[in-house]
Write a protein that binds this ligand. Sequence first.
Ligand code: XBP
Ligand code: MG
Length: 259
Amino acid sequence: MTTLQAILWDVDGTLAETERDGHRIAFNQAFEALGLMWRWDEAYYGHLLNITGGRERLRADMAQRPDAPPTVGERDALVEELHRRKTAIYTALVRETGIPLRPGVRELVEEARDDGIRQAITTTTSRANVEALLGLHFGKTWRQVFEVAVCGEDVAKKKPDPEVFLRALKALNLNPLQAVAIEDSPGGVAAALAAEVPVVVARSAYFAQATLEGAIAIGPGLHSRDGWRPALAGPGTGPVSLDDLRAWHQEMDSVSQFG
Ligand code: XBP
Ligand code: MG
């Protein structure tokens, strides 16, 4: 039996509903700032979320737009300018308007911290976005809670590639089975599984109905003890606790993988 030693946290969709309430809005404001008529509505953005990374998302969208710049060079320049503006708008939005943590996140982060469980950030979003969100919710000293933060800039390949997890494990000097990843998206789950990290799925708004296979546990969010597979023991009130996570982690070899 391997003891759980670390939690590897995804950011977008897992710590907070940043995609719906932040990134999409910031992309649209960046289009507007550059005089472009392009707008991503909620449904279309959900479709675009199959592509991880903001630049990659812009490039994929432009590939099917008749009014996108014709040459690769012009497109790349526009992607860079849009993404620079989008990052500035997103980080200002997070700092000024605030995007709340998903319910149950703070409780588990603080319980893990108090219990000596190590915590890392494993995300394909830009570092500036992580600093804005975690600075808002955990203060300037958020790095004392999350001792490692692997972000989009740190990897050659974003999720679903396992690189982000492999780098975090190396920095923590742990093997994959000593950790649990918490994720919300098919790309995030695929990345964790490719790194052989057991993964718990807390479904987010955009991936509420998505097919997500291979998790050691899957449920509606860390705020709820109801609706999880495998079911949680104990009373049906209160958030998912560290003991729950430990129980799933211990059971992972004896349960089939849940879809
Ligand atoms: C997050 C992402 C990010 C954000 C935008 O995926 O795909 O690209 O949408 O961030 P995950 P940037 O939650 O799986 O890490 O614009 O900074 O790329
Ligand atoms: Mg996510």
